[in-house]
Design a protein around this ligand. Structure first.
Ligand code: ADP
Ligand code: LRH
Length: 473
């Protein structure tokens, strides 16, 4: 038996809708819609265009439901980047959700720090200190009086689920990124009381694989969605879904490489030790109760913002040409720390890279090709360091690195990752989040194998992977 399902996968760079046919030995995907995700800057800050993302997603679902094939669309699930959320009152949206790149997060960090010190916070939620964590953002909402009127908080995939079905839930892997969930995966109502965040905002927590309900008749008729697909919760944090689809075996580590690079391993339980805190490791909830023990490295964002800056100044070369030029750089370039907060806000990355080196009395890279090469070498070095730390802290040996996401298409970055880790790198699949999303739906429908290991074996058997061997240095 196979199931026909659709994934809505929203990344910070682009969103897509994928239709898939999944069975015990079948995994066939077809992209039916792709749309840009461009934040909007208005008077009070940087926001996601959430209604238009929803509109694009629903049009994609409608297309998926109307495609010729033997079976009608059985179900749909949404995954997206983590941490961002909507506040609602009596079911209506209170304002346009903010982007985690908005600079209000600096104020939020300050407000959280006044209430609880980082080591104590880490013991509770096990999250790496990042500006964007939901609790920081909520503290700014609180200061502005928004929490006095809001009666519900929904993470963005849960908001879409609510709009499709009328039911409000809190999918577990995504709420694990909020700072509001304890390491034992219960809501941390004690911390919320300390921060002045009302616990009544929270919705019922559900696990990946839970059926939320059918898409309602009004939504189906407005968008022309055929049949009566169910909506499921999956690993609605895109990285949780991506990790489901990492074709790894024991000894495997991953780099989920897109706007961000999430570098780490899967563990049976969280590791919130002082060593993990010192190395800035995060413990996020995985599908089937696993832990994603990983580090957020700034990722291809540094490259895409550089390209955007150059193009705004009249540069005509696109990413493929710039990568080819970077591959031809045969001399050593310096490396910067790609986890430095300086690279977090939108802006002129080449200028920030220059300042990073100048502030340390070092010669910055010169010209486009050297700058691109420097970004990629710095990311690869950041991955290598994070993987060494992950192995040392967890005691889990790492023998192979899997790169999934859009960054798996970047052959130079994959090769540099092999060189700098000294480990074989296996690139692919590119659409790991969408694949993890459809696999968990199909499993809930009884059409896909039961264990994560079997699901990963299915990915290995059905996808072409490219291997990069470390070169002598
Ligand atoms: P997200 O899910 O965060 O939106 P993706 O996984 O789609 O991100 O990855 C987007 C990134 O993938 C781009 O910023 C780009 O650097 C990289 N990428 C996509 N296609 C290619 C390509 N053909 N060659 C090299 N890099 C690519
Ligand atoms: C990647 C991602 C990452 C989060 C960040 C906000 O898309 O979900 O796992 O840390 O976005």
């Amino acid at each position: 038996m196979t199931a026909t399902v659709a994934a809505v996968d929203l990344g910070a760079t682009s969103g897509r809708v994928v239709r898939a046919e999944v069975g015990p030995a079948t995994l066939r995907l077809e992209e039916v819609a792709r749309f840009e995700n461009r934040p909007v800057r208005i008077a009070d800050g940087l926001h996601w265009s959430v209604p238009s993302l929803y509109d694009e997603a629903m049009r994609g679902v409608a297309t998926a439901s109307r495609m010729p094939g033997d079976a009608s669309l059985a179900s749909v699930a949404v995954d997206s980047w983590a941490v961002d959320y909507a506040l609602l009152r009596r079911g209506s949206l209170l304002g346009i959700p903010f982007s985690y790149r908005d600079d209000r997060t600096a104020r939020g960090l300050e407000l959280v720090d006044r209430v609880i010190a980082q080591p104590q916070l880490y013991e509770r939620c096990g999250l790496q200190r990042m500006p964007f964590t939901t609790i920081n953002q909520l503290m700014v909402d609180r200061e502005r009086g928004l929490l006095e009127v809001a009666d519900r908080l929904l993470m963005l995939p849960d908001l879409f689920g609510y709009w499709m079905t009328g039911r409000m839930v809190a999918e577990r892997t995504n709420v694990s990124t909020t700072g509001l969930m304890r390491l034992d995966e219960e809501w941390d109502t004690e911390l919320m009381a300390m921060l002045g965040i009302p616990a009544s905002l929270l919705a019922e927590v559900v696990d990946p694989g839970t059926r939320i309900g059918p898409i309602d008749a009004v939504t189906r008729s407005h968008y022309g969605i055929e049949g009566a697909p169910d909506v499921f919760a999956v690993g609605s944090h895109d990285t949780a879904s991506a990790v489901v689809a990492v074709p790894m075996e024991p000894g495997g580590a991953y780099v989920s490489s897109g706007t961000w690079s999430l570098v780490g391993i899967e563990t049976a339980a969280p590791i919130a030790t002082p060593a993990a805190l010192d190395a800035s490791f995060t413990n996020e909830g995985g599908v089937d109760g696993r832990t994603r023990f990983l580090k957020n490295v700034m990722g291809l964002w540094i490259l895409s913002e550089s390209v955007r800056t150059w193009q705004a100044a009249g540069e005509r070369l696109g990413l493929p040409e710039l990568l080819a030029a970077a591959a031809a750089v045969e001399w050593a370039v310096p490396v910067f720390d790609p986890t430095d907060d300086a690279f977090y806000p939108p802006g002129d990355m080449p200028a920030r890279i220059r300042s990073w080196f100048e502030e340390r009395g070092q010669r910055p890279p010169q010209g486009r090709a050297e700058v691109v090469r420097c970004i990629l070498e710095s990311l690869a070095e950041g991955y290598a360091r994070a993987l060494r730390d992950a192995a040392a802290i967890s005691g889990q040996a790492i023998e192979r690195v899997h790169v999934v996401g859009g960054g798996a298409r970047n052959a130079l970055l994959c090769q540099l990752t092999a060189d700098r880790t000294g480990l074989p790198v296996v690139a692919g699949p590119v659409e790991a989040s969408a694949i993890g999303n459809v696999l968990v739906q199909a499993r809930a429908l009884g059409a896909a194998p039961a264990t994560l290991e079997e699901l990963r074996a299915l990915v290995r058997a059905t996808h072409e992977l490219v291997e990069y061997r470390p070169r002598a240095r």
